[in-house]
Design a protein. Structure first.
Length: 288
């Protein structure tokens, strides 16, 4: 009887075997571990847990939650002319309410900044260019990465300091590459040398008409950025950095204490030609 009592724990009028205590503690330990894993897991911008290597949707297909427009000559957050809107599950950029474009270049900023990631957009150009849109902006849009915050932009600033993955559509006849590079207020290195031209063509084919195109961007902090189409790298460069020839970029570098760009905002352009996006997604990558 004494041995039996040693194998039990008496609580009030109820006797529990000691192995039951161990069972309860084991389950409690496992539960705590699971809670820790959930709390430690990264989350996407809509509060959903996501694992590294998992695609998360930056555009939810319903509205512009998580996105803020900054259109030239207008206050941050003012969606002038309903330039950016969601219709039929598509993020549309249009100018039906413009009398003329008037160099009102716009950018739709996502609320979070990123450093190491893969990004994928599906886009197409439709319709006619807005009246008074510049000739070079025909069937022209872009994805800005490593960008400044929209709050730091002047009201009359045309483009955020950033690295632009330029999206272009063909005119139906001539060759015109897409996923090119443009560098508003920035520079990059190519072949281990500082590269200062403002725009650089990729090696892509031309995409004519209103066909959907899938463009991918792989960003590795301040190291390497790759533009990918149809599974092939069409442009690659390294060491994105602020250009101290540009007064605003120089001010941003002084404020940051470095000219190197290791991360930043993401935004989608409005440059006078209607464009649709049906997917905007991102995969966080290991920083190594």
């Amino acid at each position: 009887m004494k041995e039996r009592r040693n194998m039990c724990r008496i609580m009030g009028n109820i006797t529990f075997p000691l192995f039951a205590d161990r069972f309860i503690m084991t389950r409690f330990t496992i539960l705590l571990a699971l809670v820790f894993v959930v709390l430690a897991s990264p989350t996407n911008s809509f509060g959903q847990a996501t694992a590294e290597g998992e695609w998360i949707q930056l555009f939810n297909g319903k509205n512009l939650d998580g996105w803020t427009p900054k259109i030239r000559y207008h206050d941050l957050g003012e969606n002038y002319g309903n330039t950016f809107r969601v219709e039929d599950g598509l993020l549309k950029v249009g100018y039906e309410n413009y009398d003329g474009f008037g160099e009102q270049f716009g950018h739709l900023f996502f609320k979070d900044s990123f450093s190491n990631y893969r990004m994928r957009v599906e886009y197409r150009f439709v319709g006619d260019q807005c009246k008074d849109g510049p000739g070079w902006a025909l069937r022209n849009s872009g994805v800005m990465v490593h960008g400044e915050k929209p709050e730091s932009m002047a009201k009359d600033q045309d483009f955020p300091v950033s690295i632009e993955v330029q999206l272009l559509g063909g005119d139906g006849k001539n060759k015109r590459t897409t996923s090119n590079l443009c560098t508003p207020g920035t520079n990059v290195e190519m072949n281990e040398k500082l590269f200062k031209p403002h725009c650089t063509k990729s090696s892509s084919k031309t995409y004519h008409g209103p066909q959907w195109v899938t463009a991918e961007i792989e960003v590795r902090g301040s190291q390497v950025i790759k533009h990918v189409l149809d599974g092939e790298v069409v442009l690659q460069y390294s060491k994105p950095q602020l250009d101290d020839r540009d007064a605003h970029a120089k001010m941003l570098a002084e404020k940051a204490g470095t000219k190197m760009l290791g991360g930043g905002t993401i935004s989608l352009q409005s440059e006078s030609h209607p464009v649709h996006f049906r997917k905007v997604e991102l995969m966080v990558l290991d920083s190594k």
